[in-house]
Ligand binder design. Structure first.
Ligand code: NIG
Ligand code: FE
Length: 423
């Protein structure tokens, strides 16, 4: 039986397929294995990958179709579209003023305590119209897509009242409907304590549990729930109560854990069987070990450490102990980084991840961190045709070059979204 592809990509120098890891994420030495095909081809039918393998093999499977769009990519590298599994995509305003304070030596928590930081973005987001929020998310998402990201997680958390949180989640849904990338939504009502609840954190936790979670649950607008579990924000007990309520309302769990202080966030994520725990700069060995046993993915965000000028997470220790690692941009108004390339460069230069490990962490492992490994994260027959072709001869090169986009062509859902003019 011959297939008639809509698009046929041929003579690709290397295809990093990342195949055969759909049941569980890659751990330890498996993170180095990208399952590379040399001189490969990919056939796409109806937005889905219909064949992948050596060019001759794929061509032997296809009939001559005068309509077929065949593109040849000598000396280039094809990878699955990046999966950015931790972003704060939806917000209004910007924080270049905080940035100036930061450069004068003020810490993240000092800026937040002074009403800046998240609270600054809160004011702008509460005031914004739904259209403004949507168009911001669309514009950031487009920039990500041009840089090879085809699946984007998006958190709420700059409204901190039921209406504004819902407004943010609706903006994310609309961006999902209109952008060629898939957007996966997370409810982060427990991102900070809003000014009207200052000094009354438990009462705010009550509002999140009794009003926001039921409203979000009924709307079906969020697949995950996340909490900023941190000293001075939500403690372990408050985070546990919120996440348990979210689980009962049908949401899967994530956690901002041990970013600034070692609070036991890694342990809590493991206890609640969270899909991922994110940041983990200060986590204890015991906490990480519990995550490994629970199958909770460690999502590392090196651009946040870069933007805060702190130490980086212990990626090498985590990989050594067999914990599955994902990496993400943490795009937010404090860390204005839309680029998975920059994130990969930091993961390698600063956390000593091998470029192959960083690519695994940005694709199939990140797909697991969003519970999407059945549909994206690798170049395999039956998966959505989210494919990025890079001006790079091999995966090592893509981390070694930094500060530029190496993207040649982006295909999302089988559609040609972007292609570089000229060689
Ligand atoms: O993941 N730390 C908490 N939340 C975000 C930052 C959000 C913000 O500063 O606006 C983070 O780093
Ligand atoms: Fe974050």
């Amino acid at each position: 039986m011959y297939m008639k592809p809509d698009i046929l990509l041929t003579n690709i120098g290397q295809i990093a397929t990342l195949e055969n890891s759909n049941k569980s994420p890659k751990c330890g030495e498996e993170m180095m294995d990208l399952s590379i095909v040399e001189n490969g081809a990919i056939a796409i039918v109806d937005g889905v990958i219909a064949a992948v393998g050596e060019t001759e093999y794929v061509q032997s499977q296809t009939t001559a179709n005068p309509e077929v769009r065949e593109i040849s990519f000598q000396n280039m590298l094809a990878i699955p579209g990046f999966i950015d599994s931790h972003t704060h995509l939806v917000f209004a305003g910007s924080r270049e003023n905080d940035f100036a304070m930061k450069l004068q030596g003020k810490s993240y928590m000092e800026i937040l305590d002074a009403g800046g930081g998240i609270l600054n973005t809160l004011k702008a987001t509460r005031k914004a119209t739904p259209e403004e929020l949507y168009s911001n998310a669309f514009s950031f998402g487009t920039r990500m897509l041009e840089r090879g990201t085809t699946t984007i997680e998006a958190k709420s958390g700059y409204g901190l009242d039921t209406n504004t949180e819902m407004k943010m989640l609706r903006a994310a849904r609309e961006a999902n409907n209109n952008l060629p990338a898939e957007i996966v939504s997370t409810f982060l009502g427990a991102h900070a304590i809003p000014p009207e609840y200052k000094g009354r954190t438990d009462e705010y936790v009550g509002l999140v549990i009794e009003e926001m979670i039921p409203a979000v649950g009924r709307s079906g607008l969020a697949e995950f729930c996340d909490v900023f579990c941190e000293e001075g924000v939500f403690n372990i007990e408050q985070s546990r109560r919120i996440l348990r309520a979210a689980k009962e309302a049908g949401m899967k769990l994530k956690l901002h854990a041990d970013e600034i202080v070692q609070l036991g966030g890694a342990e809590l994520a493991a206890e609640l069987n969270a899909v991922s725990a994110d940041h983990l700069l200060m986590s204890s060995d015991e906490g990480l070990e519990e995550m490994r046993k629970a199958g909770t993915i460690a999502t590392l965000l090196p651009a946040t450490a870069f933007s805060l000028n702190t130490d980086y997470a212990r990626a090498r220790d985590m990989i050594q102990m067999g914990l599955p690692v994902a990496i993400a941009t943490d795009f937010n108004p404090n860390c204005a980084n839309e680029s998975m390339f920059f994130t990969i460069a930091l993961a390698c230069y600063k956390m000593k991840m091998h470029p192959r490990e960083a690519l695994t962490a940005s694709t199939i492992n990140a797909a697991h961190a969003l519970d999407r490994a059945d549909t994206v994260g690798s170049i395999e027959v039956g998966k959505r045709a989210d494919i990025v072709i890079l001006d790079a001869p091999n995966p090592e090169y893509l981390a070694y070059r930094f500060g530029v986009s190496l993207v040649h062509t982006v295909i999302a859902g089988g559609n040609l979204i972007y292609t570089k003019l000229g060689p």
